[in-house]
Design a protein around this ligand. Structure first.
Ligand code: DC
Length: 229
């Protein structure tokens, strides 16, 4: 049986960086489910689909096939066979992904793909509803968060390093708005699963957060092996 780790949490908590490193150490497959929502969002933008029109959305989704693969250990996401990993990190795609992720049809489409991967492989899957909806029986669930202010500061530094001009206040407001949308949508809202371990990375370095997750994972794996013996 595969061993599954679910990591959920809000945008900007360092989830993907931390999860990727932890997965590498554990030799687990890292699955970034946000990239799957982004691939669909990209497709919806390309086809100019009105996502508020249920029928148009259903038609657009029926023409989309999302899959993932790995190149040099990095997850790649494909939309109808085309690698779209390089074009899904724009602001427009982020906005559409957040809107599309609130639609039950979109979530349903990705649920099977995500559950199928977890059945076959030891995965560390990162998202918003992994511990609550997708892998409710995951052997380890982590809710990884950080304060809004810390997340805004991290994002601000990232953008400044890339030479982009931005305002810390605007970033903070944007994060609050995204959190609100992700936590208050009707379908699969972001929330901590009852049996998830809370890891608040506000005062941790990336390395400290990775180590915390590795310790939890190793403890849990040992417990499970103990159960079998
Ligand atoms: O983690 P991210 O920023 O790449 O996610 C993109 C969007 O997809 C974000 O608005 C939240 C949504 N999402 C989701 O609803 N459920 C997931 N399991 C992963 C992402």
């Amino acid at each position: 049986m595969s061993f599954n780790i679910a990591i959920d949490g809000p945008a900007g908590a360092g989830k993907s960086t931390i999860a990727k490193r932890a997965a590498r150490e554990l030799q687990f497959i890292y699955v970034d489910t946000g990239a799957m929502y982004r691939a669909i969002a990209y497709g919806l933008l390309q086809t100019g689909t009105d996502v508020e029109d249920g029928q148009a959305l259903a038609e657009a989704l029926s023409g989309m096939d999302v899959s993932i693969g790995y190149e040099n250990g990095e997850q790649q996401v494909y939309l109808n066979g085309e690698n779209v990993s390089g074009v899904i990190r724009t602001e427009a795609v982020s906005r559409m992904a957040s809107t599309a992720a609130a639609k039950p049809q979109v979530r349903e489409m990705l649920k099977n793909l995500q559950q199928d991967l977890a059945r076959r492989e030891n995965v560390l899957m990162d998202g918003r509803d992994i511990g609550t909806m997708i892998l409710p029986d995951a052997q380890l669930k982590i809710y990884l968060t950080a304060s809004v202010h810390t997340r805004a500061e991290r994002r601000y530094r990232e953008l400044v390093e890339r030479g982009e001009s931005c305002s810390l206040e605007e970033i903070e407001a944007d994060i609050r708005e995204r959190d609100f949308r992700d936590m208050n949508r009707e379908t699969a809202p972001l929330c901590q699963a009852e049996d998830a371990v809370l890891v608040d990375s506000s005062d941790m370095t990336i390395e400290e957060a990775v180590q915390r997750i590795l310790t939890l994972a190793r403890e849990r794996m040992q417990e499970k092996t103990g159960d079998i013996e």
